[in-house]
Write a protein of this length. Structure first.
Length: 330
């Protein structure tokens, strides 16, 4: 079981902020909202909130090239918007395919880690209930071929998984297979390796899963590879010249991170992993949301994979294992 497939079959509240609404409390768009916004998603991976408070979600599907992007409205209704993204079951039984999404200025950016494609969808005029569109109808770019050509991992691998915008408007993509951050220039689309995320040790890869920019540096969450040892995951910081160093350590299977109004990260842990019977594998409902110092804000979660702040104290947390979006006030 490769770390790449474990990522996709197991994958937080991406803290990618909607640029046009950074200072607005989007939580006010959801009056009297329940803690569980929806529980009707199929193995979701990432979410991003637009200026109307709609939640765009990537769903892995069942493994028959049926991954899709859906919209969750204020009343918790789920509407498929873009369908037919890659989703396949490997020989080991793991699902692979779609990655995270990011909304900015009317455009939804979609990562398809299995094929290495970056899609762009103009959703500025989208209305819930509009006819679905196929992934093939969207503009796309091949990122994976470039990544693999850089020989960044052994064996050579690429799984473009999460993304954020930097201070220059360039896109910065966390590649969970290559253990690297890839930079895409805003004006030309030119690609380069911005940073290489070091292995945890010679046998365990870092597996970057989430990336945010706090105004001065990038913060990157790491899942770590098998055996997903307790306390092995960390948040690393990356300077604007690509220098990588530890920021916070002692976590387990980090899947994403978001920033508070004071630019302090809040993280999601996917699960605890056990090699001891009777529970061999991911321990049910052992995921959590935690502060950068490790204090639990919400426990008992089923494999959270994304987190995003939508108001001063309001966060949305995506549950991969139970198909939920939950609201957290902190």
């Amino acid at each position: 079981m490769t770390h790449k497939h474990l990522l996709v079959s197991a994958f937080l509240l991406l803290t990618l902020l909607v640029t046009s609404c950074q200072n607005d409390d989007l939580g006010s768009l959801f009056p009297n909202q329940k803690t569980i916004i929806t529980d009707d998603l199929t193995l979701p991976i990432g979410l991003s909130v637009d200026g109307k408070g709609r939640i765009w979600v990537s769903e892995t599907g069942t493994g028959n090239n049926d991954a899709q992007i859906s919209v969750v409205t204020q009343d918790g209704q789920v509407y498929p918007a873009f369908t037919g993204f890659a989703s396949a079951v490997s020989q080991g039984g793991e699902l692979g395919g779609i990655g995270h999404v990011l909304y900015k200025d009317g455009i939804l950016y979609i990562l398809e880690g299995g094929t290495g494609k970056l899609y762009r969808a103009d959703v500025s005029a989208y209305k819930p209930g509009d006819p679905t569109r196929s992934a093939q109808s969207l503009a796309s770019e091949d990122i994976g071929t470039f990544v693999r050509s850089q020989n960044l991992s052994t064996p050579i691998d690429s799984d473009i998984y999460d993304l954020t915008f930097g201070p220059d408007g360039d896109l910065y993509i966390a590649d969970a297979g290559a253990n690297a951050i890839i930079r895409r220039k805003k004006d030309t689309g030119a690609l380069s390796v911005f940073a290489k995320i070091p292995n945890i040790n010679p046998q365990v890869q870092s597996v970057p899963t989430g990336i945010v920019f706090d105004g001065n540096r990038f913060l990157v969450s790491t899942l770590t590879g098998f055996p997903f040892s307790t306390g092995a995951a960390k948040i690393v910081q990356v300077t604007l010249n690509g220098t990588v160093s530890d920021y916070r350590t002692g976590f387990t299977m980090l899947t994403n991170l978001a920033l508070t109004t004071k630019n302090v990260p809040v993280v999601t842990e996917y699960a605890q992993f056990s090699l001891t019977p009777p529970t061999v594998g991911f321990v049910p409902k052992s995921g959590r949301v935690a502060t950068e110092t490790g204090t639990t804000l919400r426990g008992g979660l089923e494999q959270p994979t994304d987190i995003e702040r939508v108001g001063e104290h309001t966060y949305y947390v995506l549950g991969h294992g139970d198909g939920t979006i939950q609201r957290l006030t902190y």
